[in-house]
Design a protein around this ligand. Structure first.
Ligand code: SF4
Length: 166
């Protein structure tokens, strides 16, 4: 049986980003995995109870790991602390991954929920720093590797390697 993959809903064309847009990726691997019915779409921020559109938010210090350990917070551009919504969304996303036997995730780079290499630095000046989002950190802590939308071939290699069966 082919393993399932969790994916950021915005990458499949769902207009759930803070500004009501999507980030649809037209890629043969995505099309193949969709045709095989293996993609489980989730938007952690919507799952966390946040509306569309919503004020953009950034992790203030460090990254998602620090947020999950209670040492940092997520604040939106209007100054509202939205940490609890982000953590709730991460927990629901993890539950969806586990309930659906997902062996990996494809999440949107740079997002405070979904980023896996670089995220915005909390200053709302479009500046990025190294780090992972809150949901990415939650998945990685539970041994579900996260790939971004530029790493689909890497994910294909991982799936074909069978390493996820260990
Ligand atoms: Fe996309 Fe993730 Fe942002 Fe939702 S939280 S809009 S899935 S990047």
């Amino acid at each position: 049986e082919l393993p399932n993959i969790l994916i950021s809903a915005c990458l499949l064309g769902n207009p759930v980003r803070y500004d009501g847009t999507d980030l649809f990726i037209d890629h043969p691997l995505i099309k193949k995995w969709l045709d095989q019915d293996r993609l489980i779409a989730v938007c952690p921020e919507v799952e966390g109870g946040m509306p569309v559109p919503r004020a953009p938010a950034e992790i203030q210090t460090g990254d998602g790991k620090l947020v999950l350990s209670g040492k940092s917070c997520v604040v939106d551009v209007e100054g509202e602390d939205v940490t609890n919504s982000f953590i709730r969304g991460a927990l629901k996303s993890l539950k969806m991954a586990l309930d659906n036997d997902c062996v990996a995730a494809i999440l949107t780079e740079h997002s405070p929920s979904c980023g896996s290499n670089r995220i915005y630095d909390g200053s709302f000046t479009k500046t990025k720093r190294d780090g992972v989002g809150v949901t990415t950190s939650m998945l990685e802590q539970n041994h579900i590797p996260v790939f971004n939308q530029e790493q689909l071939e890497d994910l294909q290699v991982y799936l074909e390697s069978g390493d996820w069966q260990d």
